[in-house]
Design a protein around this ligand. Structure first.
Ligand SMILES: *Cc1c(COP(=O)(O)O)cnc(C)c1O
Length: 230
């Protein structure tokens, strides 16, 4: 079942790339495996998935130990500054940076781990109170603040669009995020790259691809509904 879901999602990504004239190799599927057991991740791994998204530090640590080491773990959820130290040597990329304080903590532990951690700036595209992220207006100044930090490299932007049953409603948010990345690129800020756009989830990833997403984060569409009550 997971195998079929992944193949279906990949076909939809292929088609969205074709529709929008995009190079398929520039769009990567992240399998969002939060709350799901390792045997399900293993099934996805066996079909070729190497990018997994998680939002809890403890869960990343547990799964990291139990699964192959060529997996790229993406931290996609809100990260508390006091937990950065546990994942600095395990995480491939952190998608959810929205404060200087968090960025400087990542910098500190990346240096300890002897590496540079790529991060994305999370933008609260619809100004939703329930969501983390900086506003469109504050993104550039945060990026300028973070740029001089060692051990961390801003490589793009991330957004969680509003929940909707009509993905077309989110098209404008994706387009605006892409425009912001173009604007920031044009400023040529040292140590900043805008090559990554992490946007699109189960309900809207095809529209996100059409608007330029390079990482779609799909959970339910691959692993089925999550059950938080267990
Ligand atoms: C859970 C989650 C996803 C996946 O959501 P689905 O609707 O299940 O595809 C994507 N991005 C983030 C940040 C998440 O927390």
């Amino acid at each position: 079942m997971i195998k079929d879901n992944i193949s279906d999602v990949n076909t939809r990504i292929d088609k969205a790339c074709e529709r929008s004239g995009r190079d398929r190799s520039r769009a990567t599927l992240i399998a969002v495996s939060k709350t799901k057991p390792v045997d399900m991740l293993k099934e996805a791994y066996d079909t070729g998935i190497r990018d997994f998204g998680e939002n809890k530090v403890q869960e990343i640590m547990d799964k990291y130990d139990k699964l192959p080491k060529d997996i790229r773990w993406h931290m996609i959820g809100h990260l508390q500054t006091n937990k950065v130290k546990y994942i600095a040597d395990k995480i491939y990329m952190i998608h959810s940076v929205d404060s200087y304080k968090l960025a400087s903590e990542i910098s500190k532990y990346a240096l300890k781990a002897g590496r540079v951690i790529p991060v994305l700036i999370e933008v609260n595209v619809a100004d939703e109170e329930s969501k983390f992220g900086v506003t469109f207006d504050n993104a550039e100044s945060l990026i300028r603040q973070i740029a001089p930090l060692e051990g961390i490299k801003v490589t793009g932007l991330m957004a969680i669009a509003p929940y909707t049953t009509n993905p077309e409603e989110n098209r404008e948010y994706f387009a605006r995020l892409r425009q912001l990345s173009v604007d920031i690129t044009s400023k040529n800020i040292d140590n900043i790259s805008m090559s990554v756009l992490s946007m699109g989830m189960t309900g809207d990833y095809e529209v996100a691809i059409e608007e330029g997403s390079t990482y779609v984060r799909v959970g339910t569409g691959i692993f089925g509904e999550r059950n938080y009550s267990v």
